[in-house]
Structure formats: C-alpha cells, structure tokens
Design a binder for this molecule. Structure first.
Ligand code: WTA
Length: 649
C-alpha cells in the first residue's frame, strides 16, 4: 500500500456500533468471551469442539511442541459425517444444503438428504477406482455441485483432497499433482466463464503426463462445445460410472483428529508453491466456530460466499464451515457481470440470502458499475456482510455498508490466510464496534499482536509485523513434504510465534489495521501470487535474461502486476514480444498471473551484492519520487528506467 493511502486509512475516525436488535439476538453477545478465551484458550476451544460429532472423544485439547501442534488428540471424527450425515437426523434432512446456480442459468437445490446420497455415491466411485484412505486426490473442477461433492466424498473415505483452482494452467496443475503425488484427478470436460468455455479437460490431459495419475474422472459439464477427448484406459465419465453406483448409506471412516483432511497450494516467496496441510479435527472446529461467532449463523440463514472453492475461502466458507453448521450455502458458478451486472443481487434476492461474504476487489467493481444494478433488487433479507482477501479501503467499506447493507447490516472484515484455516482477526458482529478499513481485533481464542523487529509488542499508534503467539485449532500443520520450509517461513523469525507475513498497525484502541504483505507476495484481486513465481515463468522464456516483478497499487484490483524484463543479447524488443511474454506467463501459471504491463529495461537496479531493489521498481511504477538509491551499484540505471516508464505511460 502506498504511504499516502496508508495515512488516509489510519486517520479513519468513523465507528459503527452493532445495531441493538442484532446484538440482542447474536450468538456471541457477552463481551467477557474475549477475556476468558484469552485466559484459557484450551477451555474455549474445547467448548467449541462440542459443536461437532466425535466418534471417539479426544483426550487432550492441545499439545504444543513449537512449531508443531496437535489438537484434540485421541479424538476420532469424520468431516463429511459432520457436514452431511449427522444432519439427516437432526431435523435438517429436507433442508437445502447447497443452492447452486450455474452461469448459463441452470439451477439445482440439494437438500441434506440429496447431498448425502451424492456424497455416498461419489465416495463409492472413488473407492471403486482404487482410492484408499490417505491417498491424494487432485480436483480441478469448475464451480459445479460435483466439486463440493468430491471434497466431501474424499473426506468420507479418508482420502486427502487437493483442489487446484480451475483458472490455473496445465503446467501449474502438473506441478501440484506431482508435488502431492496424487493418484487420481477429478476434472470436467470444460467450464463456463463469461459465456466462454474453459478447456479444463485439455489442460488436464497435458497436466497428467508424466505423473502418478492413472485415472481421470471426468464430469460432463459442457458437452460438445468443450471438445474434450477421452483416453481409453485412463479416463472415465462421472455420469457413466455413477449410474451403476449405489447412493445407499455408507459408513464414514473414523479419522484421527490429526489425520490430514486436505492440501491446498498457495504462493510463497520462492517459485515453488507450498502445499498447506490441514488436519481433520482442528480445521473443522475452527471453520465451524467462526460460522457461529464471526458470521453469527442461525438455522434460517442463507449464506452466500462468492469465492471459488479453488481457494481457501471457498473451502472454509462454502463447504466445511456452513455445512458443518447445517446451513444453506449458495454456490454460483460464474462471473458477477454475466450476463448482466446485477447477477449477485439477483441471486441474493431470489434465494433470500441473509449473509453475503465477498472481496473488496468485487466491492470496488460494484462501486464502479454504479448502484443502479443493486437498486433493481430487494435485498431486505440481508442481515450481515463480510469481506475477505485484502485490506478493504474505507470508501469501499462505506459503499458496502450503505448500498448493500442499507446501513442496517454489520460488516465483518475478516483477516485470515490459507494457512490459518479460518477467520482470525474480525469483529464479532453482535459485540465489536467496527471502523471502516480495520479488521478490528482477534477473534476469541486467537492471540494475535503487532510486534517490532525484536518481537516486542508495539505501543498503540505503531506498526510492525502481525504475529500469532499461541497455536489455534485450524492452523496449518506443516508444508506438504517440506517441514523445513514450514519452520523457516512461519516460525523462523520469532521463536514459537507464527509469522503470517503481513504488516499491520495497531491504533490507540488496540484495533488492528492490516497493511498488506511484507514479503514478495502480491495480492491481485484478492488472489495471492508470489512475484518469484511470475519471475521464473518469465525467465523460462528464451527471449528473457532477467525479470523483476512487483505489485503496483491499483484502484480496482488492489495490486496490479508490473514486470521489468531484460532480454537476452540479440533479442529485439517489440509489442509482439510483450504479448508473447504475457501469454507465456498465462501458460505457465494461469490468467490471474498475467502481467498488466511489461517494461523492457537495459538493466535492473541492483545493490552491490546483486540483489534487485524492488522497492525502487515500485517507486517507479507508482510514479513516486525515488527512495534512497545510495546502495545501488549503478544509480543511473533507475533514472533511465524512470524516464522510460513515464514515456510508456
Ligand atoms: C490478505 C485468503 C487485509 C493478507 C483468506 C493475507 C487480507 C492474504 C484480508 C492471505 C483482510 C486476507 N484484510 N488483508 N480482511 N484477508 N488478506 O491465503 O495479505 O489467499 O496474508 O487467504 O490475503 O491470502 P489467502
């Protein structure tokens, strides 16, 4: 975030109290909860764990051997049982579990009973295909009902799912399949996005070459227009084998609390994505608790999380959180502006959405489109709004409050990460006074703080590193296959203290204002991308000698990707090369990593020890006066670049 924006953010004075009627009815409305949970987090979490069904009760709540935590040891449970089967006998059998809307307009409602049957069937299909407890199943699907069904089917038989977002390229998918050593891949012939067909199967065909995948299970989503080809002996159609597979009740595997539920790959500071490991008991307790605390979930709520299940927000707040709490979760396949810009509001009105959870980048887009699209719809059922993915600027917060919430709905700005599993810093809507732009304070049971370089808590009014001091149930357990990386990345700076990688400010009331990443990770439209990943994609092109990538502040997307590239000797730079390099990055990673701009440079600014000074590149890209250049090996390099950049603008 640039310095000016940060100053404006920190001058925000407005406060919003929970409305009285909301407070009275809120699940969490006793302020003592913060204090008591902080004093005795184990009792707090153990109390929350009672909201799940355990096959075998746990013996201890938390065993903490930094940086490794075990939660609810000795306990046995099953995530799919908790999300589905148990609701067949708790009065929710015929309640809508998933309300699904496809982009072309097709609709489907799955009651808990119907969902249970589909999960049983899919679980049997996986078993028949040879999937066993502990095996990894990679899932590369569009936002169709088979996606949550696949997750739950894996969970039911104790297989570990690894979902790869459908926007990732074949190469990115390949890398994740290999790292997880997955046995089978579940994909679709294609998916819809803004009326176009995404060729998922073609990507999958390329991705599974030279991997351990011997079976590809293919959902027919698009049909002929997808032009998918099936490889005999390897590919099987979902709809064909499902016809001959029973949907009758199937006993859920009793999983140990610490058995892995899923892997989810996320970007870090090096080129290789990290497989974040989440385990069964702790993750589910975290997800379930936050539904009741942060989202104040009631039995008649209709919960609409707009994220894709390919990201952690979709895992926790489309699938495991809402379903474990017996809620109705709304799932939409497509884009918010297809076919018209009121698509979300139409969905909210038609299904009577009561809780909406979306990202600041979308809110800024809605602002840009104007409120007329919203005003066509009756949003009176909405009672709570959530935000996630990046810092929400106060203007977007206020617009959300006024135009979507009509001043009536509390806003929960939720800070968390793939690694944390569930919301960590967020208001409790019936208790916490909110300030536009601040995620407010850690939720009960979470001991977060802002510290200086030495790890000391900063005084109110200061900034530093965001940290989490104590373990929590849904924390990542390790990085798949690389425990050393887990230790170094998250616990390497402060002993036994978790380092998320975000910078934060603590105001005079102790409120936390997240300022963004402090490492080489950028956040484009709420998607987290490592600059090193894009750089290595660029450098793998034969024309490129060297590349430096930065996130430039962007009104709409939060950050936009700018790449500075030096070409190899003999290569002539051209607009065609720019186009080709952008395409190359899309092929290597996916469309969300496409650089917005590529600037050719004769040289990149480096220190005498040959480290690229990204800070100066950011100054150039954001049109600022250059910061300190005295450590540069050749200060003239930046002057040339700056002149060039202005010209290109
Ligand atoms: C950023 C998404 C400010 C942050 C759940 C974090 C946020 C990264 C917020 C994790 C928020 C997420 N305010 N920043 N409310 N929520 N972030 O793993 O930089 O995709 O480290 O998880 O997003 O991104 P991830």
């Amino acid at each position: 975030m640039d310095a000016n924006k940060m100053d404006t953010l920190l001058q925000e004075q407005r406060t919003f109290h929970p409305p009285d009627d909301f407070q009275v009815k809120a699940n969490f409305n006793n302020p003592d909860i913060y204090e008591s949970a902080l004093r005795d987090p184990e009792s707090y979490w153990s109390e929350q764990a009672q909201h799940l069904s355990w096959f075998t009760p746990y013996e201890s709540v938390c065993d903490w051997n930094p940086p490794h935590a075990e939660w609810f040891s000795g306990g046995q449970l099953n995530a799919a049982y908790n999300c589905v089967d148990r609701h067949l006998t708790d009065g929710r059998k015929n309640k809508a579990a998933i309300i699904w809307e496809g982009e072309p307009g097709d609709r489907l409602v799955l009651t808990y009973d119907m969902l249970a049957r589909e999960v049983n069937r899919a679980a049997r299909m996986l078993k028949d295909l040879g999937v066993e407890r502990g095996d990894r199943v990679t899932i590369y699907l569009p936002m169709i009902p088979e996606l949550p069904i696949s997750l739950l089917a894996c969970a039911k038989i104790g297989a570990i799912h690894s979902v790869v977002f459908g926007g990732f390229s074949a190469k990115a998918l390949h890398e994740r399949i290999v790292d997880a050593d997955a046995k089978i891949l579940i994909t679709a012939d294609g998916g819809y996005r803004r009326g176009n067909v995404i060729p998922l199967k073609a990507n999958a065909d390329e991705a599974v070459e030279d991997t351990g995948i011997d079976t590809v299970l293919v959902v027919k989503r698009v049909g002929a227009a997808a032009n998918a080809s099936m490889k005999a002996g390897r590919d099987v159609w979902w709809h064909e084998i499902s016809q001959s597979t029973s949907a009758a009740p199937l006993a859920a595997e009793a999983m140990n609390s610490e058995d892995i539920l899923y892997l989810l790959y996320t970007s870090g500071t090096t080129g290789k994505p990290k497989g974040i490991v989440h385990t069964t008991g702790g993750y589910l307790v975290g997800a379930n608790t936050s539904m009741r605390s942060v989202f104040d979930l009631k039995d008649d709520d209709v919960f609409f999380c707009t994220a894709d299940i390919g990201w952690v927000t979709g895992h926790t707040y489309l699938v495991y959180g809402p379903l474990s709490a017996g809620a109705t979760t709304v799932m939409y396949e497509g884009s918010p502006d297809y076919p018209t810009r009121d698509r979300y509001w139409d969905i909210c009105e038609r299904y009577g959405v009561t809780i909406l959870y979306t990202a600041p980048t979308s809110i800024r887009m809605f602002m840009k489109w104007g409120s007329s699209h919203v005003e066509q719809h009756d949003l009176s059922q909405l009672r709570l709004l959530g935000s996630v993915g990046e810092p929400i600027n106060p203007e977007a917060w206020m617009w959300y409050h006024e135009h979507i919430g009509h001043g009536r709905c509390p806003i929960v700005d939720t800070w968390w990460q793939t690694e944390t599993g569930c919301a960590m810093i967020a208001p409790l809507p019936g208790l916490t006074v909110t300030k536009p732009g601040s995620a407010t304070r850690p939720v009960p049971g979470i001991d977060a703080d802002v510290v200086d370089e030495e790890g000391n808590s900063v005084a109110p009014g200061n900034g530093g590193y965001l940290v989490i001091r104590k373990p929590w149930p849904s924390m990542l357990r390790t990085v798949w296959g690389d425990d050393e990386r887990f230790r170094k990345t998250y616990f390497g700076k402060f002993d036994g203290v978790y380092l998320p990688g975000d910078g934060a400010h603590k105001d005079k009331d102790g409120y936390i204002w997240i300022l963004g990443r402090m490492d080489d990770v950028i956040n484009v439209s709420g998607h987290r991308i490592g600059t090193a990943e894009i750089e290595s994609a660029l450098v793998s092109h034969p024309a490129v000698a060297e590349a430096a990538v930065i996130g430039r502040a962007d009104e709409l997307k939060g950050q936009a990707i700018t790449a500075f590239v030096t070409v190899r000797e003999g290569v002539t730079t051209s607009d065609e090369l720019v186009t080709e390099l952008k395409k190359h990055v899309v092929d290597k990673i996916g469309a969300m990593a496409r650089p917005e701009e590529i600037l050719f440079a004769a040289e990149l600014p480096k220190t005498r020890s040959a480290k690229i000074m990204r800070r100066l590149l950011r100054d150039i890209a954001e049109g600022r006066v250059l910061g300190d250049t005295t450590t540069l090996a050749d200060p003239s390099v930046v002057d040339v670049l700056q002149a060039q950049y202005k010209e290109a603008d």
